[in-house]
Ligand binder design. Sequence first.
Ligand code: MRU
Length: 376
Amino acid sequence: MLNKNDSSFTGNARSVSAIDWLPEGKLKLLDQRKLPTEEVYIELSTAADAAAAIKDMVVRGAPAIGITAAYGVVLSVLKSGPDSTDQVARDIEVLAASRPTAVNLFWALDRMKRVIQQHESHGSPVDTLSRETLSQETLLQEALLQEAQLIHEQDIAANKKMGASAVALMRARQSTPIRVLTHCNTGALATGGYGTALGVVRRLHEENVLGHVYADETRPWLQGARLTAWELVQEGIPVTLNADVAAGHLMQAGKIDWVVVGADRITANGDTANKIGTYSLAVLAKHHGLKFMVVAPESTIDMQLRTGQDIPIEEREGDEIVAVKGQIIAPQGVHTFNPVFDVTPHDLIDAIVTEKGIIEYPNETKMRALFAKTCD
Ligand code: MRU
């Protein structure tokens, strides 16, 4: 475990890298459980380590989970060798079982599985020079690493594109400055870099049209307080942290124009699973006549599921509710209910912004027009 208080960390969130592949064949993760008080990095050598890191929230956020799982497959092949296909398949199952709601996890694992299948049938799709100089074993490792790195890079590119088009839509719909309320953490920490909803905030700031950003603290795990506020403070973007229950009051007081959130899974009709509390925000936004935007890459779209009712909603241990950082705040023996995502119906959403395009007032017809895959 490395403590990077004296490291290359510069205090600028643009340089924060939550996920890094190390040349010696290890995966380095920023331990998000320790933020904002400590910046601790851990190095992983096995797929089981990567699965545990996802399950235990060392790394979290839908795209970041997918990227970590992809690197987890690389770790699996490095450790077990390409001939241990059974072990690699078992590792992929362990990675897939780490968290249920964010579809990016399964999407990334499918991409990695396709590379393995391609290697088995035609040899690995690495560049010609590598093909001439490397053994079959190394070729598969190289091909998997290239795919994981591509998934990582494509996510950053998607975020930047979504940030630009989301801001263009906002500016077309209203005069500036634009005031935003966001929920959970959707920034560089939750993605390959830059961020989905927080990427929009970054872009508003870059274009000098950000009126203000309010960040919900996001009970119970406090992604907003610990991570979003941290990222924005690092970057010098003025942010006000509020308790989740203050959101309605903020809207009533006329301080918000747009609610902007990320997503963990969007179904064929546009229903959107995101961090618990998102649905309440959408209802509140509708009541107050405010705009509600979901920002998510194509890897978050699940056209196999028709509606949000089909999305598996993760429930986590009650400990997350009865204690804050180990401090007990509820009586011993109390029953708890801790669903960590909820579903916002598509008719409460003004726009879903993806790198492939924007869907205003989403429904199944519009979703299918943009994302050709069908659900049966
Ligand atoms: O439980 P988490 O922290 O993994 O939940 C994260 C969220 O719900 C985010 O809002 C979502 O993944 C979008 S992140 C780009």
